[in-house]
Design a binder for this molecule. Structure first.
Ligand SMILES: Cc1ncc(COP(=O)(O)O)c(C=O)c1O
Length: 389
């Protein structure tokens, strides 16, 4: 039986080999690998495609998050509310920027933070501090911002979140690393926050040939600041106004990503088509929940993730798929408040039952655009045989 991979990047490359090689050849001829027109052209293309005021190319999604937090004015020791059920970098970026992650639970149906969960948290777990901003009851820590995570390709309700955050004096950064092209109520990430951070890690919906990232923001001053920070805090060569780092997007990546961006809409449509077929096939099965897309949400299905009820059932399903040569993944098996790296903050953490339970129940199935109909049929049959019995 031919294996069905969880994703297969070689298929995508095979479909566009010439386009990519033609795009990068002039760069090798010019040897202009650092910034220059390749990066600025891709930034303009990205901003135009998603209706953003500014786009700043950086070296990874993690750097995009760290720099966005720094330009938001995060001070040492200040708290940033972040969901526990997400990839590590959503929270490690807060620590690396000098802040402290304040973990919050997610909605068990959408896997996302919601305005209601944030509102309840701020009312029940914080009190107003001297400057009006919330102070946590457990850790006595001033909270200055919120990290909104658009997990698996679905945006959270940013307008609602903005209303809650603003009334408590909090700014928002969006972790859109898994959600390029996603929208909520017609808005792309970045419309209701200081900045949105994207990742071009190779397996992302828009993936480079290595690491890369992008920050979009409607605030031109923040964009200028980000452009300085990514080149050692410098606007003019060898004049450093502040401490910055080396966090530039490679020109080579920009060229490749620019070619790929033209295909993103078609790839996204194919992901959505695959997700629709999974939904139709699984929705009446007992003991499983299909991904819940909000009615206002344009979900780009970076992951197609089932929630499998019953102790140990998720792992049993994963084993059955593996026996049939079908790849699957668990994103994420350990909620962040249980990670050793954050153990110093655990005394401040309230119980997070949805995050704990999801880490035992979620299973992501192959949803990459080049998955064939026949391959999907085999995945569907395997899941239905196991869950339908
Ligand atoms: C939700 C989320 N945040 C942040 C990141 C970090 O992005 P990168 O790997 O480009 O640093 C990722 C990528 O894996 C992610 O999925």
């Amino acid at each position: 039986m031919t294996p069905i991979p969880f994703f297969d990047l070689t298929r995508q490359f095979a479909s566009m080999e010439n386009e990519i090689l033609e795009a990068i050849l002039p760069l090798f001829k010019s040897q202009q690998f650092i910034l220059g027109p390749a990066v600025s052209d891709f930034e303009s293309q990205f901003a135009k495609t998603f209706g953003a005021g500014n786009a700043v190319g950086v070296s990874s999604g993690t750097d995009a998050l760290i720099l966005s937090l720094i330009v938001s004015g995060l001070l040492k020791g200040q708290g940033v509310v972040v969901p526990s059920f997400t990839f590590f970098a959503s929270a490690s970026s807060i620590s690396l920027a000098g802040g402290v992650p304040v973990f919050i639970d997610v909605d068990p149906l959408s896997f996302l933070l919601t305005p209601e969960i944030l509102d309840r948290f701020l009312r029940e777990e914080t009190r107003p501090g001297p400057d009006g901003r919330p102070v946590t009851r457990r850790g006595h820590r001033t909270v200055s911002g919120v990290m909104a995570v658009h997990l698996y390709g679905q945006m959270m309700d940013m307008e609602g979140l903005y209303g809650v955050a603003k009334s408590h004096g909090l700014w928002i950064i969006e972790d859109a690393c898994q959600s390029v092209g996603a929208r909520h109520s017609g808005h792309s990430p970045g419309a209701f926050s200081n900045a949105a951070a994207y990742s071009f890690f190779p397996t992302k919906n828009l993936g480079g040939a290595g690491d890369g990232g992008m920050i979009t923001t409607e605030n031109s001053e923040l964009a200028d600041h980000l452009r300085r920070l990514r080149v050692h805090g410098s606007r003019k060569r060898y004049e450093h106004e502040e401490l910055g780092t080396n966090a530039r997007l490679d020109a080579l990546q920009a060229k490749i990503l620019s070619v790929k961006l033209d295909h993103l809409f078609a790839w996204t449509e194919r992901r959505r088509q695959i997700a629709d077929r999974y939904n139709e096939s699984f929705q009446s099965l007992p003991g499983v929940q299909c991904p819940k897309a909000h009615k206002e949400s344009f979900h780009v299905y970076h992951q197609y993730t089932l929630k499998v009820e019953g102790k140990g059932r998720r792992d049993e399903l994963r084993d059955i798929l593996s026996e049939r040569g079908i790849g699957s993944e668990v994103y994420y098996p350990i909620p962040l408040h249980r990670q050793k790296a954050f153990s110093a903050y655990i005394p401040e953490t309230i119980p997070l039952p949805a995050s704990e339970s999801l880490s035992e129940k979620v299973l992501s199935l192959p949803v990459f655009p080049e998955l064939s109909d026949d391959e999907q049929t085999r995945v569907v049959e395997a899941v239905c045989t196991f869950l339908g019995r």
